[in-house]
Design a protein around this ligand. Structure first.
Ligand SMILES: [Zn+2]
Ligand SMILES: [Zn+2]
Length: 251
């Protein structure tokens, strides 16, 4: 399975960057996990958007779903009408998207995207990948995601404060993509719904993950400093997510 980082910034992008998004390519199956603002230009570099097998949106914050708008227009006006792309989301995504569209554009939304709700009770299978969802502790509802493939595993925190749900999602995975929005001294600010470098690393340690990929770092902060802080707590492999970064997980 090849993972490509489409966007790694928290809340707003770094210069030339994008907000959160990941492309999972497993054999011929392609799934997008979050599609924040700025991700579409990276998606078209790495994949044919008409061939996607699904898009999963972890929660309805713009830095995780904003580029559903350009994806919608790209599909809607494509000459072959490759509509019906499965859109897995925590509930109400199309209704929210439609609020700023014209009546005409809104009408096509349910044709272009086939909306499906995700929840913690049901696993989702796409190709040989199984997705399991764990409620986040954040300003709004949503899910961390655990993905099991043939001989590999990963977890993605989405946006959340530290929780036992997140430890469960990440338990023993090969790759843990974890938000570390803030530096270690900003635990008070993180209590609004995010994590510091130390908190992300503590979850990685408790869940005994193999590799920690730090993401969603606010552009205000130096990612290398955040990584150094995480290494004070977690002694496994640590990387910082960056647009265009690719990681191969082999079975
Ligand atoms: Zn976010
Ligand atoms: Zn959020």
């Amino acid at each position: 399975m090849l993972l490509t980082v489409l966007g790694a910034s928290g809340t707003y992008p770094r210069p030339g960057g994008a907000c959160n998004g990941y492309l999972l390519q497993d054999d011929a199956v392609e799934v997008v996990l979050d599609l924040g603002n700025g991700c579409m230009s990276n998606l078209v570099r790495w994949a044919d958007f008409t061939q996607l097998d699904g898009v999963i949106i972890t929660h309805l914050h713009i830095d995780h779903f904003g580029d559903l708008y350009p994806l919608y227009y790209a599909l809607r006006f494509h000459p072959q009408k490759p509509w019906g792309l499965p859109l897995y989301q925590p509930g109400g995504c199309l209704e929210l998207l439609g609020r700023i569209l014209s009546e005409d554009a809104k009408g096509y939304l349910p044709q272009v995207f086939r909306e499906r709700d995700i929840n913690e009770e049901e696993d989702l299978s796409i190709g040989k990948m199984t997705f399991r969802f764990y409620p986040i502790t954040h300003m709004i509802d949503g899910y961390s995601v655990r993905v099991i493939g043939e001989g590999w595993s990963l977890a993605y925190s989405s946006d959340t404060m530290p929780s036992q749900n997140l430890v469960k999602a990440a338990e023993g995975v090969d790759l843990f993509i974890c938000e570390s929005t803030l530096p270690k001294e900003m635990e008070r600010e993180a209590s609004l719904g995010h994590m510091t470098s130390h908190q992300a690393a503590e979850i990685a340690k408790e869940a005994r993950v193999k590799c920690l990929l730090l993401t969603h770092i606010w552009p205000t902060f130096d990612p290398q400093k955040i990584a150094r802080e995480a290494a004070e707590v977690f002694d496994g492999h640590i990387e910082v997510a960056k647009e265009g970064m690719q990681i191969n997980l082999e079975g």
